[in-house]
Design a protein around this ligand. Sequence first.
Ligand code: 3PY
Ligand code: MG
Length: 254
Amino acid sequence: MIDFVQKLKSGDEVITAWSGIPDFMVCETLLIAGYDTVTIDMQHGSHTLESTIACVTSAKAFGKRLVSRIPVGDWGLASRLLDVGAAAIIAPMINTVEDAQAFAGAMKYPPIGARSWGPTRVMALEEEQDGNTFLKRANSNTLSIAMIETPQALDNLDDILGVPGIDGIFVGPSDLSVTFSGGAGVAPFNDQTMPVIEDIAKRVTAAGKIPCIFINAHREIAIARQLGYKLMAYGIDSNFVADGARAFLSEAQS
Ligand code: 3PY
Ligand code: MG
């Protein structure tokens, strides 16, 4: 089975499910359904470090690794999540080159960054006993993905792309719509955000980094794919439960 990080590095597309329900059995169900990976959301989802450890550990049984999204500015947690086995970290609201440097610094070992040594759990999950072998591949075996969600971030995009250790850029279309409209409304993929979403895809691809995006509606998949986005988040666990519940209840009542 090809790991999702390798797929993205080879230029292939990956669809990730999105998880806010802090239970490894939900995450496991999404992997069994066929997703290459699941994003464990610690920014807006209800996941904790403990629930993330359980998800990452159960994913190993299916030969899969996971993505985690950290809360804004929580660089220490980014390192910690790598240490317990997350393969990619999405950092929200990266607005400046300093944000990007702090994030990459926590994610990568020297000479790229300043990640502190202590990968006991991830080495166990990878069945690796030699620290030097692990160290040699660690920086290229994990992905640092910076979220662009504000006009300030867009202004600084080229500098953010130039930061060593930033592997990809993740567009948050909902926050983009809120920030670009000055709080007037939330409407991902609207007339104001579409040119921004296009521009980001072009600049990220030209810089040789991975363009990633959150998809809220089915029709947006084809648009994002055509623009060259490679990691697309589509499908939220709580929506699956709610949609299924509504469908079954309505069947029972008809
Ligand atoms: C956004 O669209 O703002 C996101 O953060 C997606 O999760
Ligand atoms: Mg957001």
